[in-house]
Ligand binder design. Sequence first.
Ligand SMILES: Nc1ncnc2c1ncn2[C@@H]1O[C@H](COP(=O)(O)OP(=O)(O)O)[C@@H](O)[C@H]1O
Ligand SMILES: [Mg+2]
Length: 385
Amino acid sequence: MTAPTVVFVDNDTETLTLVSRLLHNQPFNCVLFESGPATLEYLRDHSVHAVVSDLRMPEMDGLELLKRVQQQQPETIRVVLSGFGDHEVLFEAINSGLVYRYIPKPWDAVELISVVKQSLDLYALRNRQRELTKELELRNQELERRVEERTEQLMAIEKEAELGKYASQIVHGLKAPLQSIGGAILVANLLLDESDPIHLELKHCLDSVLDSAGELQKAIVGIMSHTTDESFMRKAAIDINEIIRREIDFFKLDDDYKHHVERNVVLDPERPPLQGNALQIKQITDNLIKNAIDAMADAERKVLTVSTAQKGNWIQLSVSDTGRGIPEDNLARVFSPFFTTKPLGKGTGIGLASVRKMVEAYGGSISIESTVGVGTTVTVNLPLG
Ligand SMILES: Nc1ncnc2c1ncn2[C@@H]1O[C@H](COP(=O)(O)OP(=O)(O)O)[C@@H](O)[C@H]1O
Ligand SMILES: [Mg+2]
């Protein structure tokens, strides 16, 4: 640390010489001036810790000088040297905070040094106080930021849960009529006699109804996967690890998850950035993690493993759980739209269908491996570049 600087101002050069001799081996730098204006000029580009000024000076008196010092460098400690008879003005200057101390003239060397040292101590103390206040402010800001972030996350969770519930109801509401349209057309087709030209015409109509029902189903998956939404298809360089970290953080707030699920997150630190859409990647991980957590609801051991790894020109994302697993018969159906084993309000059966749709839109692939009672691993491969 550099030594503090003390400025002395006195129009009497002899006094200044005396001061300089007296203070030359003290642990602070001493700078001497003969007038107020010269002092102010110096202060313009030097920061000083204390100014000790004579009171009576021809060009600018000591109090006027200290007032300007206060404006220019408010932290500087201000001290006055004064003769007998100046008590009244000094009293007021001290009371108003303009002057910290005064040293009566003729001054005593020991007292002068002691007052300068006290001034420097005071400067250091106030400086420390300023630093602490600043630090406190920064910490407060950081705390506020974190509270805001958490609140946002909590609100997002609530909103998502609410939206999820609606989506589930809508999809369930559409599922039954779509199935009965398919069923009715199948039956109607059996009743048609294709040799009758009117029946043949009817068959064409029914076929187009069936096509439309299929389109409707596709549209629902498209909406849920956002692959129909242009802004979702816009790609940029993204950091998949960061998205996963945030996603896991987000799930920490989930009631089912935060107390019971052990997390095992193994992210490849070397992976290059992925060309993709952050919201889609988020949705892919989100769906897979949600399924994993749901599957472990009744499991004794709940371990969620999420990993990323670079495999040649691919990024491999894998989500594993130690949940109930998927029976062989269902394994082939989990990617079909509307296939769900979850109750109304909880599952839509759209999750994996839309994940597959998104992954395929990237030119990637998805696979699922599962053993009943042991757990499930979903592996997604996304091309790099
Ligand atoms: N990790 C998993 N463990 C066990 N079953 C799963 C897992 N992921 C998906 N499934 C099964 O696949 C079905 C379809 O999943 P999904 O398409 O995400 O729809 P939802 O979660 O709305 O049911 C689930 O209902 C569940 O039966
Ligand atoms: Mg799901």
